[in-house]
Write a protein that binds this ligand. Structure first.
Ligand SMILES: [Fe+2]
Length: 301
């Protein structure tokens, strides 16, 4: 982990910058955030620091190799980095297993996450390369919301200044498309209506407007709901930021392997406030060009 990433951001510095970008997305090089206000965050509830991971793709065989990557080794390296300066918690947005789930694959993930388990919450969603039953047998339900939607794995949690909702877009195991489905969308709409205005981040495996079949119906719910500030996803094995209806769309890189040499392999450190987020890439493989780079986004009002 870089020195820059270990430093806590001053809330004043963050807010000043946030106003300057006025809702845009700005990426800075590793050195760009080194200068700044030395003031420390006084109130920890103002900032939450989380590790965001996706697409670990761990197989039954720890020596499994794909595209020159060893997902088992990658997750071990990521856990070591995270463990050296524990954040408030972890979210992993699906494709936990290599291709179809399986007790042994999830057992490997459990062992790899053991240095963090019990010390910090770990909220996991399922992707198209997971088996929900195997997953739930291995990990159970974490956070609240486990029984919210029948045959779906949903997590809700408060994390300092933000609310997190992990949704389930697994449609068919080992087939690309995914969807939330009518029942989960209906639950989400009701839940968002019932809860307070805490800035809310949705986590799901499938990237909206890519392989998420009910993207339009999802946005009919969340676009007018101003408390929804961001959607964090995986699936594309591509690290990128964009925006739709003022909602920040944050696509996490994969931990296991990339699909093209242009993409990094690694995880993202997220510093979240009620006004926006700072996201620092920690690459453990693939294209290292953006390793350590901070991307700042401001939530819509
Ligand atoms: Fe994946």
């Amino acid at each position: 982990m870089s020195d820059g990433s270990k430093r806590q951001i001053s809330r004043r510095q963050f807010l000043t910058f946030g106003l300057a970008v006025a809702g845009g997305v700005v990426a800075l090089g590793p050195r760009a955030d080194e200068a700044g206000d030395p003031e420390e965050v006084k109130d920890r509830s103002d900032v939450a620091r989380w590790a965001f991971l996706s697409d670990t793709h761990v197989a039954k065989d720890p020596g499994h190799r794909f595209r020159g990557f060893y997902p088992h080794r990658n997750l071990r390296a990521v856990v070591a980095q995270i463990g050296s300066d524990l954040p408030d918690g972890l979210v992993i947005t699906g494709d936990i297993s290599r291709s179809r789930g399986g007790t042994e694959a999830y057992g490997n993930v459990k062992s790899l996450l053991a240095p963090i388990t019990g010390k910090r919450p770990i909220y996991m969603g399922v992707g198209n390369h997971d088996n929900r039953d195997d997953f739930l047998r291995a990990f159970g339900n974490s956070g609240d919301g486990g029984e919210a939607v029948e045959d779906k794995h949903v997590v809700t949690a408060l994390a300092g200044p933000v609310r997190m909702i992990v949704l389930d877009t697994l449609l068919y195991v080992n087939t690309f498309p995914g969807s939330l489905g009518r029942e989960q969308r209906s639950w989400l709409e009701t839940y968002l209506h019932m809860c307070d205005d805490t800035p809310t981040i949705l986590f799901l495996h499938h990237a909206p407007r890519a392989d998420l079949l009910d993207t339009r119906r999802l946005f009919e719910i969340i676009a007018p709901c101003r408390k929804v500030k961001a959607v964090v996803c995986g699936h594309s094995h591509k690290y990128e930021f964009c925006e739709s209806d003022g909602i920040q769309l944050i696509n996490l890189p994969a931990v296991g392997y990339n699909f093209t040499g242009a993409q990094p392999v690694g995880w993202v450190e997220a510093r979240l406030t009620g006004q926006g987020g700072e996201f620092v890439l920690h690459a453990v493989g693939g294209n290292p060009k953006r390793d350590g780079r901070t991307t700042r986004v401001r939530w819509r009002a």
